[in-house]
Design a protein around this ligand. Sequence first.
Ligand code: PMP
Length: 403
Amino acid sequence: MSDVKQAEVAASSEDVASSWAREDLASLQARGLRRYLEPLESPQGPVVRVGGETLVNFSSNDYLGLAASPSVRAAAIAAVERHGVGTGASRLVMGDTSAHHRLEARLMAFERAEAVLLFNSGYAANTGILPALVGVGDAVFSDALNHASLVDGCRLSRARVVVYPHADVDALAKALAETPGRRKLVVTDTVFSMDGDVAPLRDIVDVCRAHGAALMVDEAHATGVLGARGAGLCEELGLEAQVDLRMGTLSKALGGQGAYVATSRVVADLLISRARPFIFSTSLPAALCAAAEAAVDAVETDSDLRPRLWRNIRRFSDGLRAMGLRAEPRSAVFPVVLGEPERALDAARRLREAGVLVKAIRPPTVPEGTSRLRFCLSAAHTVGHVDLALESLRRVGVHARGG
Ligand code: PMP
């Protein structure tokens, strides 16, 4: 049978969902938006093996190189020995361990917060917290470039959602003044995940105060990176006490998995009784709690970690600017915006040939027409790694959109 005939037979005998999937995948493929998995063949780190190649990795959010660090690994292993692997239930049923409480206490001190509550992921935290706090009759105000998990949390809440233009505090103030709502909640990333820029948080705090609105921030890409102690943008600006809810992840600079919210005791108590991902999902494995505790220890005590990250951030930023690209050394994330998905895919392919692993980020992760390379710097990168990325970009001749 010819290949074409064989494909026809396969298609005609397939189930309904598979025929939907085939149609949708073909459409994604045609627009350069189909995704493929590619497993790592080495531990996470600044240099990884993937697809049989050894590449310098600029696509992990492991900003401090803690994911494979000896102290973090050892803490996880010891916790597995002590608690086992799975927790067997949600925390409210039988999955609450001393490791969860220890980590929450550790994070309360780190975040200088009255209470901390763990979630299984940043996605679970954001989609759980927002609907627990606001609902029908309320209004939530969300930055246009907020992470998808906040977008989904807003939608799930069934509150009226007002998306304000990115980092535009005047527009936010106007929306707060004009939008009716029993409760008003403003939500923003502190470091924007795909652009690496930072929210105008001081002004946002003032505007929230003027309008009696609550404020929730997502510090996923700021925890471990910003602030004198590494506790994020709120710490850097001394705003810990002015922000009602500060969400952070354990999955980026802290090298593990999971998330937390630093807030008041009464808000944490409400979340325990109302946040659906907290209530209806098996709790975080104890090993990940112990790993996160060791990672916070490293952030607080290893005086070399953040200076090494910031040395790399500044070197990369200077190098991009020397190439005429727009770059601000404000976080560990640097976008090189190229436009259409194919341009980003092609640039990523050519950089990979030069030994540099950087993924093309395409819609819906970023807005249409802004597909990009997203470089993530790590404390574990050497100066040589950073220079390789810069030299390869130069050789590949990337021409950024508006760069
Ligand atoms: N918030 C932001 C800003 C993020 O970038 C991400 C993940 N990339 C999340 C939340 C979700 O966190 P997690 O990966 O732990 O689910």
